[in-house]
Design a protein around this ligand. Structure first.
Ligand code: QUE
Length: 369
């Protein structure tokens, strides 16, 4: 049984925002409930789901009965990402999926600026586009089942969906580590880095939902339900290594730092060097430059709200997405990882020194010296 089934009782009404069998909506007491219902595809976000979710959020924003919105996934995933297989097919047939990305990014911005508590239950796999429909919201609840990653550098893309607004802001360059390596983390790292706002046992989610339906305030409920918080899973020494090596001004220097630490006997540094060596050079350079720029902008504009910074980042991300969707590596990456499943993409260009970033990124890169 899914944990909000108790909400589908006689006091709950089903609403239709056009999600068909991929996304369902209900209003129950004080809650608007969104459920992703493509469990076989790990709830990867289709264009239809993006548009339906946007309609639901806009509708509930103006409904005074609805005090908060809950979003959850059916099955073992919250959401594995955007439907990159559809984007691959569209691009291969000569019509890149620009609309999908534009609509998805607009949804990410809406969540970042939402006027009510937005409570994402990250009780399972949460990657890429799944992060985009959760991390910008006010409440991100992780559990012992959470597996979180931003894996796009492995498919020749970049950490979009607002990744450049939240990842560079994490402590100790932890977001650089996540975005560049694509590593998967669990609830302790999510909570302690700030990706998540709260950690609960999965079995506590039913109580949370029931009390939200009854109209209790999320923070009142959560402050009383908090576990002793899970600690970091990543050892302190490894986090310090990441902080030190990614402190460099370029991706090339960062990699040189990891190589040097590996030669000095650090095993984690050797592992990270190996992982970065398999990622798309174009992705690595784009992500690093995007993050450096976002960080410099944040430092120079501290008074701006999160949603204002997110809006700015999403414009840059959209311009970058357009360019990468016209390039080579996204198709090589999705082809090798998700279509043919060879797992061995052939990147072009094959090395960092051959990567030419689009002007709007290189200009900013130069400006920072
Ligand atoms: C990187 C990604 C994605 C990925 C794998 C990567 C991604 C995504 C999926 C995915 C997973 C399961 C599905 C599906 C898509 O995998 O964004 O349709 O059933 O959505 O290495 O960015």
């Amino acid at each position: 049984m899914d944990r909000t089934d108790h909400m589908r009782d006689e006091n709950s009404v089903t609403l239709d925002f056009g999600g068909d069998d991929e996304m369902t909506f209900a209003q129950s007491g004080a809650v608007g409930l969104i459920r992703l219902t493509r469990p076989k595809a790990l709830n990867a976000l289709t264009h239809k789901m993006v548009l339906a979710m946007e309609r639901a959020l806009l509708h509930w924003a103006d409904d005074p009965q609805v005090k908060s919105v809950i979003v959850e996934g059916e099955g073992r995933a919250f959401c594995a990402g955007g439907d990159v297989v559809a984007a691959y097919n569209a691009g291969k047939s000569g019509k890149p999926a620009y609309d999908f990305f534009q609509d998805e990014y607009r949804l990410n911005r809406l969540i970042g600026a939402y006027n009510k508590p937005y409570i994402a239950l990250l009780n399972g796999i949460t990657m890429g586009g799944g992060a985009g429909i959760s991390v910008h919201g006010s409440h991100r609840i992780v559990t012992e089942n959470t597996l979180f990653a931003m894996p796009e550098s492995g498919i020749g893309f970049f950490t979009d969906v607002g990744g450049s607004a939240f990842l560079p802001a994490l402590p100790q360059r932890f977001g650089f580590y996540l975005g560049l390596t694509g590593s998967t983390i669990r609830w302790g790292d999510c909570l302690n880095s700030g990706i998540a706002t709260h950690a609960l046992q999965a079995e506590q989610l039913t109580e949370l939902c029931t009390r939200l339906v009854a109209g209790e305030k999320p923070d009142d409920i959560l402050s009383g339900m908090q576990l002793s918080a899970p600690d970091w899973e990543m050892p302190e020494a490894d986090r310090a290594l990441v902080a030190r090596c990614f402190e460099a001004r370029t991706i090339e220097q960062s990699i040189a730092n990891f190589v040097q630490a590996a030669e000095a006997g650090d095993e984690k540094a050797a592992t990270i060097t190996g992982v970065l060596g398999k990622r798309s050079p174009t992705s690595l350079k784009a992500i690093f430059t995007l993050f450096q720029d976002a960080e410099a902008f944040s430092r120079a504009n501290k008074e701006l709200s999160y949603s204002a910074r997110l809006d700015r980042q999403m414009q840059i991300e959209y311009a970058l997405a357009e360019i990468l969707l016209q390039g080579h590596d996204f198709y090589a990456g999705v082809g090798a990882v998700l279509i043919d499943k060879t797992g061995n993409p052939v990147w072009n260009p094959a090395s960092l020194d051959q990567v030419q970033l689009p002007d709007f990124l290189t200009l900013k890169d130069n400006k920072q010296g």
